[in-house]
Ligand binder design. Structure first.
Ligand SMILES: C[S@@+](CC[C@H](N)C(=O)[O-])C[C@H]1O[C@@H](n2cnc3c(N)ncnc32)[C@H](O)[C@@H]1O
Length: 285
């Protein structure tokens, strides 16, 4: 017989949540219990979900089905949780779908098997790079919401290009380390140090790396604003996989974009990053 979670865990497991999934994600132990570690993990999952659920609800008010693409899906932790908590209940009468994009074939295969075992018919997993997924015929022309949680290096930038091309209403991004901008800062450092007092912010190697990471996210936010998105930046508290906890939530509102585009150009110029124009100005059109 299927074991129920212990009574005092009940308030932490939501009604209808799949115990089998929670076990696969090591949130519930094999005997269906929550220990201190898994309780913390569940709290983190709900913390992220609390940001995404209202976006899904608002999309649902616009049209009756929601399409979501999760880039750099890994074990598809995020996709499975979203499906279990939100999408599953709508499947009977909806074309809602979650697509996981991942380059590691073994993870794609495992996610496919798990989705099949759980009967999560509205989930697909594609063995593609984020960049290749932009032109893939396996994905719809339009996508409602794009997520990328710790997608490595420039995969977050590719996810932004994907979302722009697919005219996504929402993006939820938790960037990972990005080395490309720091490398460009390094190349132009000599001249910057001679001419720009602000270059003190990235003169020392450790600062080059940290400032490179920080300015990358600043440039991404300006890029999104320059495409008419409203951007919120906050913290994904205690997400244990990574030290990178910046959460960027963007909503397309067709806002005036000229000032953001000007600011983006100015910041690139001031930091000696003119060579990055293509990265932050292109729109994947
Ligand atoms: C740090 S893991 C994060 C996994 C998952 N999003 C999470 O937060 O648990 C990054 C994943 O992105 C995948 N990845 C890295 N670069 C990618 C790319 N360009 N296209 C698709 N997947 C990529 C890696 O194989 C890895 O599984």
């Amino acid at each position: 017989m299927k074991q129920k979670p212990a009574t005092n865990d009940k308030h932490e497991i939501r009604p209808g949540q799949s115990e089998e999934l929670l076990k696969e994600l090591h949130i519930l132990t094999r005997d269906g219990k929550l220990n201190q570690d898994s309780r913390r993990k569940l709290k983190q999952v709900y913390h992220l979900y609390q940001f995404i659920e209202p976006l899904l609800q608002s999309l649902q008010q616009d049209h009756d089905y929601v399409t979501l693409v999760d880039h750099g899906a890994g074990k598809s932790y995020l996709g499975f949780i979203l499906y279990d908590l939100f999408f599953k209940a709508q499947q009977a009468h909806s074309k809602s779908h979650i697509y996981g994009i991942e380059t590691r074939d073994e993870l794609v295969q495992k996610s496919r098997e798990l989705a099949q075992r759980l009967g999560f018919a509205g989930m697909s997993f594609l063995n593609l790079s984020v960049a290749d997924s932009i032109g893939s015929a396996e994905l719809p022309e339009q996508i409602d919401i794009v997520t990328a949680l710790h997608a490595c290096d420039t995969a977050t930038d590719d996810a932004i290009q994907f979302a722009l091309k697919k005219k996504a209403k929402f993006m939820v991004l938790v960037p990972c380390c990005q080395a490309e901008v720091a490398a460009e800062l390094r190349k132009a450092k000599g001249e910057a140090v001679r001419n720009n007092p602000l270059s003190e912010m990235w003169r020392h190697p450790i600062h080059t790396r940290e400032f490179g990471s920080q300015i990358t996210n600043v440039l991404r936010c300006l890029q999104l604003e320059a495409h008419g998105y409203q951007v919120r930046v906050t913290e994904l508290v205690g997400w244990e996989h990574s030290m990178k906890n910046e959460l960027i939530i963007a909503e397309y509102k067709n806002l005036p974009a000229k000032r953001a585009a000007e600011r983006l150009a100015e910041v690139l110029k001031t930091t000696g990053l003119d060579s990055m124009q293509r990265r932050f100005f292109s729109s994947a059109e």
